[in-house]
Design a protein around this ligand. Structure first.
Ligand SMILES: Nc1nc2c(ncn2[C@@H]2O[C@H](COP(=O)(O)OP(=O)(O)OP(=O)(O)O)[C@@H](O)[C@H]2O)c(=O)[nH]1
Ligand SMILES: [Mg+2]
Length: 320
């Protein structure tokens, strides 16, 4: 079955749901840590299991995984298939091999080409959508609560420490900042929302100008909504995800700070648990799960995977 895409933007999580939901009893896949795979392997040393070593294994739905192990369960209906993916042609093993580590993202036929960042240059700061660069090349916007790690993620993606300015104090980024990558696409760093200390007018303006940007920027391939996975879900993040969903703005959820594993400090949950809870909370806003990925700008977890995901979205966008 081919998933065709007629819309100017990539709304695949809306389109795919209706097609996939007709499949009777889709096979279950479980994202598990590699230590769970082989019983003959020696027991891992106690301590956190980095999600960067996570991969997929096909297990029967009845297989039970030990409760104490960190894992995220996925089934085919919770995977993100890029547009025009021939879902039916994938055998489970092939499908498993095509899922990006620490995510629900399947590599489709538009994956390919070099994903390395060779050049990254700051281009301009804009306070309105109409001031943004107008050369029409594809772009991805990083959005999320103040201090969630947008600027840090941008620096991690381009392998530069200070291309985008970061700060421990929320509210550092104030404009729409365009960074040109490899002279062919943009990464856009946006100001954070939910900064309680910001004056009311600033918060209202933020909502106005970023929402205007999302709704009117025709070369916006996808929004990357950053969520802090080291703390429990915040109402404002759920509201944001819901707004993007309602307005059919293509979105990828990027879970940040997955290196922070101190349970007590982080509301008693590990990043994997917070990721799963967030999925459950947003389920009602979407017909099916949007693409999501776990990252850390400290360890660069998820960096290469995000670049691959962006590359396949870009390749698709350029061909349509
Ligand atoms: N442990 C950890 N800390 C992070 C990570 N990403 C960002 N931080 C820290 O979080 C703080 C905020 O990071 P920024 O990248 O400035 O956050 P921002 O979302 O751009 O913030 P605003 O521009 O204020 O909206 C900084 O102290 C970063 O060092 C991460 O993956 N892991
Ligand atoms: Mg910032």
């Amino acid at each position: 079955m081919f998933l065709t895409q007629q819309l100017p933007r990539i709304h695949s999580h809306f389109l795919i749901s209706s097609l996939i939901s007709h499949k009777p009893n889709p096979p279950k896949l479980f994202l598990i840590t590699s230590t769970l795979l082989s019983e003959s392997k020696p027991k891992p040393k106690p301590g956190p299991i980095p999600t960067s070593i996570s991969h997929f294994s096909t297990l029967t739905p009845s297989t039970t995984l030990p409760q104490q192990q960190e894992n995220i369960q996925l089934s085919t209906e919770n995977l993100f298939f890029p547009p025009e993916t021939d879902v039916a042609s994938f055998k489970n093993a092939t499908l498993s091999a095509r899922i990006l580590k620490g995510s629900n993202i399947v590599l489709g036929k538009y994956a390919g080409g070099s994903v390395d960042v060779v050049n990254a240059d700051f281009v301009k700061s804009s306070v309105e959508t109409k001031e943004c660069p107008c050369d029409g090349i594809p772009e991805f916007a990083l959005v999320g609560r103040s201090n969630v790690g947008k600027s840090s993620l941008l620096n991690s993606l381009v392998r530069r420490k200070k291309l985008a300015l970061t700060s421990k104090k929320p509210g550092k980024t104030q404009c729409i900042n365009h960074f040109r990558i490899n002279d062919s696409w943009y990464l856009v760093d946006l100001p954070g929302y939910g900064y309680a200390a910001a004056p009311h007018e600033v918060r209202t303006d933020w909502a106005k100008f970023t929402k205007d940007y999302f709704l009117n920027r025709s070369n916006l391939v996808s929004v990357f909504l950053l969520i802090d996975a080291s703390i429990p879900a915040k109402k404002i993040d759920l509201e944001y995800a819901s707004w993007l969903g309602q307005n059919q703005i293509p979105m990828t959820l990027v879970f940040t700070k997955c290196d922070k594993r101190k349970k007590k400090k982080n509301g008693g949950k590990r990043p994997e648990e917070n990721v799963q809870i967030f999925q459950e909370l947003i389920r009602e806003f979407f017909q099916t799960t949007p693409p999501w990925i776990m990252t850390s700008s400290m360890t660069n977890q998820g960096r290469d995977e995000i670049l691959l995901h962006m590359s396949q979205l870009r390749n698709y966008w350029l061909k349509h």
